[in-house]
Design a protein around this ligand. Structure first.
Ligand code: N01
Length: 547
């Protein structure tokens, strides 16, 4: 660390997305702490600041639920216009939130936290930033994003390609024109599936390079009428309550069992839910789609049948047919993805049959051919969940780095704290529900827990909170045993770290969203079992920072 003078705060919040903005607000306005936020981006938005690729939308029927729930006034004053919000809409909303709650003045934008180090003597974290400044605080809140560190494939010669190359997760803010261009898209996860139909509308040609065929359901996005939105506002308390208890969404989850219906009745139900679109087929068909393999295969076969119906060329339809268990990779919602393959200007290359060998300045070379291109889009995903924390790689007690601690497993307690890293809290960390829950609401609930924890420390004259390896081992058992009751671990996905070469394989999320949050609330109410505390060594809070 440099010798630059260090500015003192009570808390530092890394990240100005949904999670970080709310943590800043609560810690500042409810606890009265001096708080400094940092974000490498030029404005608020977190993941949304960077994911502005064509077609980028929330991958759920989002409005008005993919938003903050804490303020009824905010719900009343914000008008969502479509059922599946665009990236631009979400950014506008977060800009509004930042202004409404006067958050910007406490955030340094265009400023990455490049290092963080714990000092046991002062019981404080010191961070260093990309501007070469230092700041120190009792608490380090890491709202660094589950889908932040872009994964760039290391194909031979990829950097020899002379045309523009864009990663969907790092999309430029200037408009990108595809007009008249031959475009290659590598990757068919949510980002690729959202982007491909939009790009195909204006490009001369789109060649899609697919490694794994995906399940995707029709989003059935539509305008959200004023009356419908008002209905949600009027019923907000009920909706919010059901979001708390239904995996983060208020939509009814079915109690029907597959055995309640005949195969014909089940098929009719799948048809109906397919027509309704969104995540209905997965959450509202029958209990246990992600647990019961036979049921899962039946639902998966139904979707495969739909792909065959939509895609006119049987060979393309065959290549687009997934061969893994339904929903065990992140389920995708699309607006005309499979239909796009009926266009004359779209070609699919199945990388399992025709792998990429290398790139030239003007083309992609595969085993069986050359594909001349003008523009390359990498929709190749993220070093998910753990990647953004490891990019900072904080140094905890005894000089141990997080990368030392996490070299074989991403151990945490409650998905929020790591032993040896006192007073560091992760929002949406590994082994918390994160991406399996509605993230804005999950961030609110994590923040409420952190707030309760800081109150507990202050009320009891405590300086540090840490956990133990025993608590982490027990948590690891719990997370694994829950995951192993589902079909998720059976598939290679970013949920299990399998998308990144060399990354430890581990199911990265706690699979019981709402019950997880009830559980951590109970732990807080119970006096924080599984944690260890030390008395505060400095009597006074540092004076509020002057900057
Ligand atoms: O990333 P992905 P994404 N060569 O990892 C392929 C969220 N999201 O950016 O399946 C060739 O899902 C890879 O192939 P495979 C959402 O939660 C949210 O699309 O690993 N291909 C896959 O097809 C989503 O799940 C919103 O075999 C390579 C694709 O690239 C998550 O972000 C909107 C490759 C990557 O798919 C990630 O989605 C959009 C290689 N070397 C997305 N490496 C919101 O609502 C990877 N692939 C916030």
């Amino acid at each position: 660390m440099s010798d630059t003078p260090t500015t003192q705060y009570d808390a530092i919040v890394i990240g100005a997305g949904f999670g970080g903005l709310y943590a800043l607000l609560r810690l500042r306005d409810e606890l009265g702490l001096s708080v400094r936020g940092f974000d490498g981006a030029g404005g608020v938005g977190g993941t949304w600041w960077h994911n502005r690729y064509p077609g980028a939308r929330v991958d759920a029927p989002s409005a008005p639920f993919y938003a903050y729930t804490f303020s009824k006034e905010l719900v009343d004053e914000w008008t969502w216009t479509e059922t599946q919000s665009t990236s631009a809409d979400v950014l506008r909303y977060l800009d509004h939130v930042a202004d409404r709650f006067d958050l910007r003045k406490d955030i340094e934008f265009n400023t990455r936290v490049t290092d963080a180090r714990w000092d046991d003597d002062t019981q404080r974290w010191t961070v260093e930033t990309s501007r070469g400044d230092q700041a120190s605080a009792r608490f380090l809140i890491c709202a660094t994003g589950a889908l932040f560190v872009a994964n760039k494939p290391d194909y031979p010669g990829i950097d020899d390609f002379a045309g523009p190359m864009y990663h969907t997760g790092r999309w430029p803010h200037e408009p990108v024109s595809f007009e008249g261009k031959r475009v290659a898209v590598i990757g068919t996860g949510s980002s690729g599936v959202q982007a491909i139909p939009e790009i195909a509308k204006t490009a001369a040609h789109v060649t899609v390079f697919q490694r794994t065929a995906q399940y995707s359901l029709p989003a059935r996005n539509r305008p959200l009428g004023a009356e419908e939105l008002q209905g949600y506002r009027d019923d907000w308390e009920n909706l919010r309550r059901s979001m708390y208890h239904r995996g983060g969404w208020p939509f009814a989850t079915t109690r029907l069992k597959a055995s309640d219906h005949t195969p014909e009745q089940r098929h009719a139900r799948y048809e109906e839910l397919w027509e309704q679109g969104g995540i209905q087929l997965s959450i509202n068909s029958y209990v246990g789609v992600l647990v019961d393999e036979e049921l899962n295969r039946e639902v998966g076969d139904f979707v495969k049948g739909k792909i065959r119906q939509i895609v006119k060329d049987p060979e393309t339809a065959r290549k687009l047919t997934p061969d893994y268990l339904f929903g065990t990779k992140r389920l995708i919602l699309d607006n005309g993805y499979f239909e796009t393959y009926n266009r004359d200007n779209v070609t699919l290359v199945d990388l399992r049959e025709d792998p990429i060998k290398s790139f030239t300045a003007t083309s992609v070379l595969t085993e069986h051919g050359e594909h001349p291109i003008d523009l390359l889009v990498l929709a190749t995903g993220f070093d998910a969940v753990s990647g953004s924390m490891l990019q900072i790689d904080p140094q905890g007690r005894n000089g141990v780095r997080l990368s030392d601690k996490w070299n074989e497993r991403f151990d945490t307690y409650l998905g929020m704290v790591v032993s040896g890293f006192p007073n560091l809290f992760m929002i949406h960390g590994p082994q918390s529900p994160g991406v399996l829950y509605t993230m804005p609401l999950g961030g609110e609930r994590h923040t409420a827990w952190i707030e309760a924890c800081i109150r507990h420390l202050d009320e009891h004259g405590l300086g540090t909170i840490d956990t133990t390896e025993d608590a982490e081992a027990a948590w690891d058992d719990e997370v694994n045993s829950l995951a192993n009751r589902t079909l998720y671990p059976r598939t290679k996905s970013w949920y299990t770290g399998a998308n990144i070469p060399g990354k430890p394989r581990q199911f990265l999320a706690h699979a019981m969203g709402s019950r997880y949050f009830d559980r951590i609330d109970a732990i807080a109410a119970d006096g924080f079992p599984g944690f260890v505390f030390e008395p505060r060594r400095t009597a006074d809070r540092p004076a509020p920072a002057t900057v």
